[in-house]
Design a binder for this molecule. Structure first.
Ligand code: ATP
Ligand code: FE2
Length: 335
């Protein structure tokens, strides 16, 4: 069995995978009443919840009294927030020493893509829409390549910032989604206009952010109508960029990943686009869309089976990679 550890941002998670099956996938999320993530606090949270999350993950996998079933530890090496990544690295190093097992460093973004295999997707374009990240990734010529990405902030952070400004707390995504469902018929026929910014396969949100803030402050529109217009406009940008990536790569599958991928309307829009182009749309279970250790352990096992791990004697030299890019990763585990 392979143990996975996730700690890149606000979520701390531990999972156990055996033979491509996720036996347990336990998460604990650091939240704030107002404001965003305080990196040191989030890292502190990860250290505090570790013992409990570890115990629960082993119990759920049925190995509470049999730690020796763990043959290796996969951990999120990057990208992410440095103090959070360091918390995960320290935990990984200690566990590796104690259990005397090797370590498999994992790129978090690629794990979001590889876990898509559980949905049946074989060679998809990934629309990775999370808090900090917004990228369109696909495998081509030996690497995972970023075909398009945000030029400023991640789509989730953009939505969360708007929600915070509207005073409805964090995370804002699910709240904005609920508000959008209550939008007026009028706005559904005639959206409140927001900057639609897409260049090739890249997108940008800061124009829409400024405009939304102004509209909110003007108190001219109900929050429901603003939320609706936000979703329709911003998601259309993501879907358009994804469609271009499908056309460019000639791939026939679109996979969604990241917390914003939980949004039902975004999923619906992706599905419509895919149907229109004769492509298939895949969306993992919620537990694998948000940050989770299941995907880390899952990819970890694939690498482990290809002998791509760091022996326990060399584990002390491992470091975090806060800025690791998807296309920096040498993909030597694929045939
Ligand atoms: P990463 O480290 O991969 O960038 P992350 O730390 O931002 O990820 P995720 O769990 O992937 O974490 O995504 C969190 C984001 O998902 C938040 O911005 C949250 O508002 C958003 N979100 C969650 N559910 C929904 C939803 N139903 N609709 C829209 N956004 C959602
Ligand atoms: Fe993520």
């Amino acid at each position: 069995m392979i143990l996975g550890i996730e700690s890149t941002a606000h979520t701390f998670g531990i999972a156990v995978v055996d033979n491509g099956k996720v036996l347990s996938n336990v998460r604990d999320m650091y939240t704030t009443e107002k404001g965003g993530i305080v990196p040191l606090d989030s890292a502190k949270h990860h250290k505090e919840v570790f013992s409990r999350v570890y115990k629960e993950a082993l119990e759920k996998a049925g190995i509470a009294n049999d730690e020796n079933q763990i043959k290796a530890i996969a951990f999120s090496q990057g990208p992410g927030i440095p103090p959070c990544l360091l918390a995960g690295l320290h935990i990984t190093k200690e566990l590796s020493k104690r259990l005397n097992v090797p370590v498999i460093p994992i790129n978090h973004c690629i794990a979001h893509l590889e876990i898509g295999a559980l949905t049946g997707a074989k060679d998809p374009v990934l629309l990775y829409a999370s808090g900090a990240n917004t990228q369109i990734i696909a495998y081509a010529a030996g690497k995972y390549r970023v075909f398009g990405e945000t030029l400023d902030l991640g789509v989730g952070n953009f939505i969360d910032t708007f929600a915070r400004h509207a005073g409805i707390g964090f995370p804002g995504g699910p709240k904005i989604a609920a508000l959008a469902e209550k939008a007026s018929e009028e706005v559904k026929n005639n959206l409140i206009e927001l900057p639609y910014s897409i260049k090739g396969m890249d997108v940008a949100f800061s124009g829409a952010q400024t405009k939304l803030k102004q509209l909110l402050d003007s108190k001219k529109y109900p929050l429901e109508d603003l939320s609706y217009s936000l979703q329709e406009t911003i998601f259309a940008m993501l879907v358009e960029a994804s469609e271009r990536a499908l056309a460019h790569t000639g791939k026939k599958e679109l996979l969604i990943g990241g917390g914003v991928g939980c949004n039902k309307r975004l999923q619906e829009m992706c599905k419509i686009m895919c149907e229109e182009r004769g492509c298939k749309f895949f969306s993992p279970e919620i537990q694998f869309l948000v940050d989770n250790a299941g995907m880390i352990a899952y990819l970890g096992e694939i690498l482990f089976n290809k002998k791509l791990f760091v022996e326990v004697d060399n584990v002390s030299e491992l470091d975090i990679r806060p800025r690791e890019r998807t296309d920096d990763v040498e993909v030597s585990w694929k045939d």
